[in-house]
Design a protein. Structure first.
Length: 197
């Protein structure tokens, strides 16, 4: 257990069911066959739908943040989402981040994210300036990737279809801890709140 003043890296997210993680693992292994050395793939077991990244926080603030998440969840109904389609930030011509899209009952998710932003603002967490785009991050392109390499990776993604039938029922929001190790990030749930139907 960390000390009160110890800084922990944390974020608020929706955890994925195992069948969605398995589907992402299959997709990643397909794309990995093309061997792009400048692409850093996510570990599918650690992929989640991030609602807000908090960065480093003192461990003693976990209780306060948990209460704010509980408050943000009040009145927000569980939602049914579908995991489908590939895209990239900022775009597929010069991608930096590769993601899988989320569709379905997005309005509930947007309300939830806005509530989280407003309940956390008094605790010193700045609201997101960019509009919230729900997505699952699959890969990041390393800074040293050349424009040509980015373009060829974007073309690979455009020629890959991911019209899956994976669904995701959002019933719980989690406050997660991320510990960065040489083997990759280790995620631990610190707190969870259930949405009331």
């Amino acid at each position: 257990m960390p000390h009160d003043n110890e800084q922990i890296r944390s974020f608020i997210a929706i955890e994925l069911p195992q069948n969605v993680k398995n589907g992402l693992a299959k997709l990643i292994s397909e794309l990995e066959k093309t061997e792009h050395p400048f692409v850093k793939w996510a570990n599918p077991e650690g992929v989640h739908l991030t609602l807000k990244f908090l960065g480093n926080i003192p461990f003693k603030q976990v209780d306060e943040i948990s209460k704010a998440i509980q408050e943000a969840a009040q009145g927000v109904l569980p939602s049914h989402l579908e995991v489908s389609g590939l895209g990239a930030f900022p775009n597929l011509k010069q991608p930096r981040v590769l993601w899988v899209g989320i569709k379905g009952e997005i309005d509930n998710l947007l309300s939830l994210q806005q509530n989280i932003d407003s309940t956390l603002a008094p605790l010193g967490f700045v609201a997101e300036k960019r509009p919230f785009t729900p997505h699952l991050t699959l890969a990041r392109l390393r800074e040293r990737a050349s424009p040509g390499e980015r373009k060829s990776f974007g073309q690979l993604v455009m020629s890959t279809s991911f019209e899956s039938s994976y669904s995701l029922d959002v019933e719980t929001i989690s406050l997660m801890r991320s510990q960065l190790t040489l083997e990759g990030a280790i995620y631990t749930r610190l707190f969870a709140v259930k949405l009331q139907a």
